[in-house]
Design a protein around this ligand. Structure first.
Ligand code: ADP
Ligand code: MG
Length: 375
């Protein structure tokens, strides 16, 4: 707010909301006070009524003094529960609203797997003629993507913002589903729609473009996705992801809280924590979605080397817009407006002298590559 000089505007907005809320409470209290005082007067009148009638009856001898006292105390006993009933009824209408909100979450659709869906096999990942349009989207985000990622190989994906790189990964993880006619994705020949989602997401580790860390300690965040991570595994993963030095520089080390109650990590530190979070699981497929964008080129290189030494048999998908991040990959595709514009190894693409070459030359000259470079 301060950076945009919007203090006055935001304060005004906050105060308006507060006034609105205060107004509601005052209204509620006003209605409540009328109602409760009215109820209290009624109760008082009723006690008075019993007192007068009862004492009259006593004097006339139609009621014993004992009966009168008993009547009076029964009435007193009843008074409180009856008053309470009024409160319970008003609480119930508040509860109804809360229950509606709970139901919104509890009744959301379950992700059901197909009947007979199995575990994810190990093998090549193949995109067959994949086209995709987001529900409610304006047009296709991916167009006729054909791509084979051999098991154990590294694929590099280069493309400008909005070219569909992340969408490709969301489809692989089945965060979005391909409808009939939009092609299919297979792993070792099995359509991913015939693989249990849980298995798919367990075997394909992903570092999202904007990683989310929980308000817990760094150690808990790194160990989150693996069942029985020990401290030494956590430290090892942090070391490979080059976040160990930063973590150890905090007073509480691995027990440092992340988020509002603790430290605020920089974009690059968050990315590296998320990388450690995935590395610790050693999944057979690893996806890095622009996960090194916020770290400097030198750290980028250090992490890539460390990762390469530790991924072993895993299939790796590296998404980046910095060519140096992906140039060692076994196969590279250049994505542009949802289409594969060029593909091959770094050498082949350099030879071709197309878009890849152009971006390489610009980046080695230190020029910032923007979306317009691709057009
Ligand atoms: N949930 C969504 N709903 C509709 N459109 C989306 C959604 N997510 C992304 N898009 C659009 O799809 C295109 C590709 O996005 P994305 O795959 O995130 O690109 P990249 O990762 O290459 O930057 C963009 O034009 C983006 O606006
Ligand atoms: Mg993206």
């Amino acid at each position: 707010m301060r950076a945009f000089g919007r203090e006055v505007f935001e304060r005004g907005r906050f105060e308006k909301q507060n006034d609105y809320y205060t107004g509601f409470w005052i209204d509620l209290m006003r209605i409540g006070s009328v109602y409760w005082s009215f109820a209290d007067v009624l109760i008082g009148l009723q006690v008075l009524f019993i007192l007068i009638l009862g004492s009259n009856a006593c004097i006339r001898g139609t009621l014993t003094a004992g009966g009168f006292i008993a009547m009076l105390s029964y009435n007193m006993m009843l008074m409180w529960p009856v008053r309470q009933l009024g409160r319970v009824i008003s609480e119930m209408s508040k509860a109804r609203i809360s229950i509606e909100r709970l139901r919104y979450i509890m009744n959301s659709d379950l992700e059901e797997d197909r009947e007979g869906a199995g575990e994810m096999p190990a093998g090549d990942i193949v995109f067959e003629n994949v086209s995709y349009t987001y529900p409610g989207g304006t047009g296709p985000v991916l167009r006729s993507i054909n791509l084979t990622i051999p098991k154990g190989s590294t694929l590099g994906i280069l493309g400008s913002t909005g070219s569909g790189k992340s969408t490709l990964m969301y489809l692989l993880l089945r965060l979005y589903e391909l409808d009939p006619g939009e092609g299919r994705i297979t792993v070792s020949g099995v359509d991913i729609q015939d693989i249990r989602r849980e298995s798919l997401r367990e075997k394909i580790g992903t570092v999202l473009q904007e990683p989310y860390l929980f308000s817990r300690t760094l150690a808990e965040n790194i160990g989150m996705a693996s069942q029985n991570a020990e401290m030494k595994d956590i430290q090892e993963a942090a070391r490979i992801a080059s976040i160990d030095d930063a973590i150890e520089s905090f007073t509480n080390g691995y027990e440092t809280f992340v988020g509002e109650r603790g430290v605020t990590l920089s974009g690059g530190q968050k990315q590296r924590t998320a990388i450690a979070q995935m590395l610790i699981r050693k999944p057979p497929v690893m996806v890095f979605d622009d996960s090194l964008s916020a770290v400097d080129a030198e750290t980028d290189m250090k992490i890539r080397h460390a990762i390469r030494e530790n991924t072993g048999e895993s299939t790796v998908i590296l998404i980046a817009h910095r060519i140096t991040t992906i140039m060692d990959a076994d196969h590279i595709i250049v994505l542009d407006q949802g289409k594969i514009r060029e593909q091959g190894t770094h050498e082949e693409l350099m030879e071709q002298g197309g878009l890849y070459r152009k971006i390489y030359d610009l980046q080695t000259a230190g020029v910032d590559v923007t979306a317009s470079t691709y057009s």
